[in-house]
Design a protein around this ligand. Structure first.
Ligand SMILES: [Zn+2]
Ligand SMILES: [Zn+2]
Length: 263
């Protein structure tokens, strides 16, 4: 599987440094050119031709930094494509997206438009822990995690490899048990949002710090498993990176916008 990192942060920010500027964008990963895993960044990271190829959007939860790339995508594709883009998540998440965003007040209801601006989006409710097949030989399984709102992580696999995406989470158990028994597991993506000095905020908002990340990663029981970190809040990014470097996890990568991984 090819994974393109469109956004690897928990918000958006342009950081000016001595060697130029760095753009931080909200979470969004493009798998094999057609499946988005979260959609905090989508249209702003892709050409129009690349956007036309997106067929599925998987959402971990309803928070804005995971969904805000969808309206610009729909705007760009409107009147241009005949296919529908499937938005898949727990039924409550997909229903929430329709109720709170695509409600003809915040944004047109692109789940239910007729005529030349036909409904570009199609909702697909997923059941927790039930695997479903998507196009392109990819199967996904949503696994509930522990966040302030109903949230799932995902097991994403094809015939030869699997990876796990944590979604936004605090201390959790089930997804690590699944990770421990998933065959061909090539890597795990785990969120870290705040440095250890902001532990109180991390606990209140149900996120992880580097110390909590290490605790969660250890639960898998595979110390050599490649670990990919994302969802850092951009303003505290440097501090988080320093703390992660001190964790002594052998194969840890802090994901950056523009990276492409082969899993
Ligand atoms: Zn988030
Ligand atoms: Zn969240």
């Amino acid at each position: 599987m090819k994974i393109r990192v469109l956004g690897s942060h928990g918000s958006d920010l342009l950081i000016q440094g001595p060697n130029g500027s760095t753009i931080c964008r909200s979470v969004g990963f493009l798998v094999n050119d057609e499946l988005m895993v979260d959609a905090g960044t989508l249209a702003s990271g892709l050409t129009l031709e690349e956007q036309i190829r997106v067929k599925h959007i998987l959402l971990s939860h309803l928070h804005l930094d995971h969904i805000k790339g969808i309206p610009p995508l729909v705007d760009n594709l409107s009147g241009l494509v005949d296919h529908q883009v499937v938005v898949a998540s727990l039924s409550s998440v997909v229903a929430g997206l329709q109720k709170h965003v695509f409600n003809d007040m915040v944004f047109p209801n692109f789940f239910d438009l007729q005529g030349p601006r036909h409904s570009i989006l199609r909702a697909r409710g997923l059941e927790a822990k039930k695997e479903v097949s998507l196009s392109g030989g990819i199967s996904i399984t949503p696994i509930p995690v522990n966040h302030t709102v109903e949230t799932v992580g995902f097991v994403i696999r094809d015939d030869s490899a699997a990876w796990i995406y944590s979604g936004d989470t605090h201390h959790t158990e089930e997804i690590w048990q699944v990770a421990a028994r998933t065959p061909n597991l090539k890597g795990v993506f785990i969120e870290v949002s705040f440095p250890d000095s902001m532990m109180d905020i991390a606990i209140q908002s149900k996120h992880l710090t580097p110390t909590l990340l290490a605790q969660e990663f250890r639960k898998i029981g595979k110390p050599d498993l490649p670990l990919f970190v994302y969802h850092m809040k951009p303003t505290v990014r440097d501090q988080i990176m320093q703390e992660i470097a001190q964790l002594e996890i052998p194969h840890v990568t802090i994901l950056q916008e523009g990276q492409t991984l082969e899993i």
